[in-house]
Design a protein around this ligand. Structure first.
Ligand code: FE2
Length: 367
């Protein structure tokens, strides 16, 4: 199956003399450079004059049908995101809001999470610079549902976990954006305001009579830590609900590995180290273990550099050896064109991935 994928590439990655393996486009889909053409000084100068910081690569991939699976489809994510924005704004304004549309979306996510057969949690793809509270909430909910599924939770529990995870940062809607997005250190007063968001969320949700208590625990407890060092109630291990422990792990992981206005995403391996370092001490050990055991450092569609210098596209994940997925490379067909060949890195021991050129998880989707 041929699939066209668009990936943003920072202009500073383009080097003079490089033969481009993909057609490069601008934001309006106008071709800047055709596949096979060479990057010249004049070309880079032209981009600089247009003040362009990124270009769009049109990647044509030959992928197996079953390899094209996403964690949760983009359609469901986008629909959930708009539903979540409406519901959360309504709740934050103290209005009585019907939760049914959002519950339906949790059901749709759940269907996809449950149907996912591979024992991997693909890194969640949906990232936008704006409104990161909403995309963060959605990503955390998807990760939490995968963890819940691998912990063996039943459908009803998963539905409540999903809704609780979507609402975990509801209280942040009441925090002034200048504090939330402040790039420099926060003052004591600003920290105090931030640390109130779990209680704010609980109060807002208490007005919704139809809501199960279990759903409310998650926003209230997701910053509590097993050793009592969390906030706002400094609960100890025995008082923190399993759903809140799951969301705590998903929340920390998502926050560390995603782009923020004031910092770069942390590499997956480092974030895993951080989680493991806190397991059994601040974070629930079983939850961390289940998460890490199913985490995939790559996702189908990621563009990587191999140790022999070639660029490749991750075509299939390997649940047993997650750092050795199958990759697709382009090789000359002897007639002036190219064919795509798949290499199983678990079998090809001399080849490794040495660089991540474009992680799908880090690609910003147009908002
Ligand atoms: Fe939070």
């Amino acid at each position: 199956m041929r699939r066209v994928r668009k990936i943003r590439i920072p202009v500073h990655r383009l080097e003079v003399g490089t033969v481009i393996p993909f057609t490069l486009l601008d934001e309006r889909d106008q071709v800047l450079l055709f596949r096979g053409q060479t990057v010249t000084k004049a070309f880079l100068e032209r981009l600089r004059r247009r003040a362009m910081t990124t270009v769009v690569a049109e990647v044509v991939e030959e992928v197996r049908e079953e390899a094209a699976k996403e964690d949760v489809s983009l359609e469901v994510k986008m629909k959930t995101l708009s539903c979540l924005e409406d519901t959360m704004h309504g709740l934050a304004q103290g209005r009585h809001v019907s939760l049914e549309p959002l519950e339906e979306q949790v059901g749709a996510i759940l269907e996809e999470v449950r149907a996912h057969e591979e024992l991997v949690i693909p890194i969640v793809q949906l990232k936008r610079h704006d409104d990161f509270t909403f995309t963060h909430s959605l990503n955390v909910a998807i990760i939490a549902l995968f963890i819940g599924k691998f912990l063996g939770l039943g459908r009803e529990d998963l539905a409540q976990l999903g809704l609780g995870a979507l609402f975990h940062d509801l209280g942040k809607l009441k925090i002034p954006p200048e504090i939330l997005r402040k790039p420099s250190a926060l003052s004591d007063d600003e920290w105090r305001i931030i640390r109130e968001h779990p209680l704010v969320a609980k109060n807002l949700l208490d007005n919704q009579r139809a809501l199960e208590d279990l759903v409310k625990f998650v926003p209230l407890e997701h910053h509590e830590r097993l050793d009592g060092s969390g906030y706002p109630l400094r609960l100890g291990a025995e008082a923190i609900h399993l759903f809140s422990r799951i969301v705590a792990v998903a929340d920390v992981y998502e926050a560390l590995t995603s782009q923020r206005p004031y910092r770069k995403p942390m590499p997956v391996a480092e974030a895993v180290e951080y989680l493991m370092g806190n397991a059994g001490y601040r974070l629930d050990e079983r939850v961390v273990r289940v998460f890490v055991a199913h985490l995939s450092p790559y996702q189908v569609g990621d563009v990587v550099r191999l140790s022999d210098g070639r660029e490749a596209v991750v075509s299939r994940l390997n649940p047993v050896l997650p750092f050795r997925p199958c990759v697709a490379v382009r090789v000359p067909d002897g007639r002036g064109g190219y064919i795509t060949e798949e290499i199983d890195l678990a079998r090809s021991l001399t080849l490794t991935i040495v660089e991540e050129l474009s992680m799908k998880s880090r690609v910003l989707l147009p908002s």
